[in-house]
Design a protein around this ligand. Structure first.
Ligand code: FE
Length: 203
């Protein structure tokens, strides 16, 4: 049965919003603002900057660049944080590893514990990424989960599942589609989706 990813699935392992954690969060924020560590305006700016990250203008740009620039691709796979900073983009504070899809290997990313995600490149994670069902099942039966996303992999292709942590985040580098030799970098970026960079879609 296909899953419907258009709505937030039930999350029995996540507390409802009005919890002790939410109150602690509010109280801590008030305290830090009162103590002058940051202002309310700075907090608003911080949230706005997180919300401004769009996979199509951030992660997809990195992927498209790597498709047209072999030297950048090599540096990206070797040291993603440095390579991304070199092109004037923010790779985020955690270590980032870029996982190259090939005809032999398909990579998919999860955070089995919570929702660690390359937010500087993909923005906020989708609801299903935080869902307990995805987190548990993609590890046990990745092919079945990918098929539910509409991605059927060849029998001989190896699937690698990568578990993110607070210190280490992953971005999947999809294969460049055939017949795109004439496209400019910005047009190539338009072919790359958030789901492709998580690894639940081909690109
Ligand atoms: Fe996490």
């Amino acid at each position: 049965m296909a899953r419907d990813h258009s709505h937030s699935p039930p999350r029995p392992d996540h507390p409802p919003p009005q919890t002790r954690h939410r109150f602690l969060d509010l109280a801590l924020n008030e305290l830090l603002i009162e103590r002058g560590l940051y202002t309310e305006a700075e907090l608003r700016d911080m949230i706005a900057s997180i919300d401004s990250v769009d996979p199509s203008t951030h992660g997809a740009r990195v992927v498209a660049r790597s498709w047209i620039d072999a030297d950048f691709r090599r540096r990206l796979l070797n040291d993603a944080n440095a390579a991304i900073a070199d092109i004037g983009m923010d790779p985020g504070t955690a270590q980032l590893r870029v996982l190259e899809n090939t005809p032999e290997t398909h990579n998919v990313v999860v955070c089995t514990l919570c929702s660690c995600y390359p937010r500087a490149l993909l923005g906020r994670p989708p609801a299903w990424y935080r869902d307990r069902e995805y987190r548990a099942r993609v590890v046990r039966e990745p092919r079945a989960v990918l098929a539910e996303f509409g991605l059927s992999l060849a029998e001989e292709q190896t699937v690698r599942v990568h578990d993110s942590t607070a210190e280490l985040r992953f971005l999947v580098l999809p294969e460049r589609p055939a017949g795109t030799g004439h496209l400019a970098e910005s047009e190539l970026a338009g072919l790359v989706t958030r789901d492709g960079m998580i690894g639940v879609a081909k690109r």
